[in-house]
Design a protein around this ligand. Structure first.
Ligand SMILES: [Zn+2]
Length: 364
């Protein structure tokens, strides 16, 4: 992959944000970094080196200086000097270590349009298998999320609100899940053959690898995403935890496997090749979560999961209708990893997906 210049620049402006004393200038730099991340084109297409008065919306003159320096030298002496002067070198180094293999929007668009890359496109994609409604921490009703999926041309989707092990996200009790199932059944009656909304759940993986739902409860839902939401900053190896989770009968997808967050936390440390081998053996799909702050797995680890023989779930992890578009980021990572569409369960016809979700779980 060629250098993601927009990401390089956004990261450097982000560094500037982190070392600001005043909240106002911190916010200003954060806005500028975000604006660069969301550009549809690489900055090289917007600004020519040596151009006197380049403009990028929401990017002020001090940030534009960083843009110009990177375009001219590949680095920013201004940022490096400011970081040293701030006395926060160690904190910035930590942030830098936690930003590996994230993609800017321009890079995502490039990967989606690059026909030298094989792998799934949005046209191959039939439905999102991790999204949230107002039953847990999402913004819309299950009916509104289904309509938003239908408007994107999907054939199916899974509603995967959090289970009760995650009270901070208003996780659902088993009784709540049963009541939500009734709302989902109603959506399916209303939409008929046009769309299938699966009743899923995002089960929480405890520190010991156990889930917050019993085997019987797991069997009562159509689709189970298992994901870790705690212990994401531990320096210890957590291979056993993740292997236990993917070995749990009833789990279909290992959601946002590392639990990383851009610049904030590295996520779980594990021997991922062993986790992927266990997932391939248990026929559990590895998720590429498209949330821009997660991008989890990234293309590099996804490539290793592909080598291990895993199938993949490419999900938006949307908490609103517009966030369904995050799936572009997951698709881009899959394409950069060389994951064939055939291995992406979201690209399978509904009948094949349902068969795989069922007990038999036939091999590919
Ligand atoms: Zn989650």
């Amino acid at each position: 992959m060629t250098t993601d210049l927009n990401m390089v620049i956004a990261n450097l402006i982000d560094d500037l944000a982190e070392i600001q004393e005043s909240k106002q200038s911190r916010m200003g730099y954060r806005r500028a970094a975000h604006a660069v991340l969301l550009l549809a084109q690489p900055v090289t297409a917007l600004i020519q080196p040596g151009e006197d008065h380049p403009t990028i919306p929401n990017v002020g003159p001090k940030s534009l200086r960083v843009v110009r320096e990177v375009l001219e030298t590949g680095a920013s002496p201004t940022v490096e000097a400011a970081v040293i002067a701030s006395g926060k070198v160690a904190a910035i180094e930590l942030r830098r270590a936690r930003r590996g293999n994230f993609l800017s929007r321009a890079k995502v668009i490039e990967a989606l349009g690059d026909d030298r890359l094989t792998g799934p496109t949005l046209a191959d994609y039939r439905g999102d298998l991790q999204m949230h409604s107002d039953w847990s921490d999402g913004r819309l009703t299950v009916a509104a999320m289904a309509q938003a999926c239908l408007a994107r041309g999907y054939r199916y989707a899974a509603m995967t609100d959090h289970a009760h092990g995650l009270p901070s996200a208003h996780g659902l009790s088993v009784a709540d899940l049963a009541r939500q199932r009734e709302a989902i059944d109603q959506v399916n009656r209303d939409l008929g053959d046009r769309f299938c909304l699966l009743a899923g759940v995002e089960a929480n993986i405890g520190l010991d690898g156990s889930l917050d739902l019993t085997p019987a409860e797991l069997r009562a839902v159509d689709l189970v995403v298992a994901a870790a939401h705690a212990g994401l900053r531990l320096p210890d190896d957590q291979t056993a935890r993740m292997v236990a989770a993917v070995r749990t009968p009833g789990v279909h997808i290992l959601g946002h496997p590392r639990g990383r967050q851009r610049g904030v936390r590295a996520g779980i440390m594990a021997d991922w090749d062993r986790v992927f081998a266990a997932a391939a053996d248990s026929r559990v799909a590895i998720e590429i979560d498209g949330d821009p702050h997660r991008q989890d797995l990234d293309f590099e680890l996804a490539g290793r999961a592909a080598e291990a023989g895993c199938v993949f779930a490419l999900d938006s992890d949307a908490h609103s209708a517009s966030e369904l578009g995050f799936v572009d980021i997951a698709l881009a990572h899959a394409r950069l990893a060389g994951v064939p569409a055939e291995r992406v369960i979201n690209c399978w016809p509904l009948g094949r997906l349902l068969e795989w979700l069922g007990d038999g779980r036939p091999r590919l």
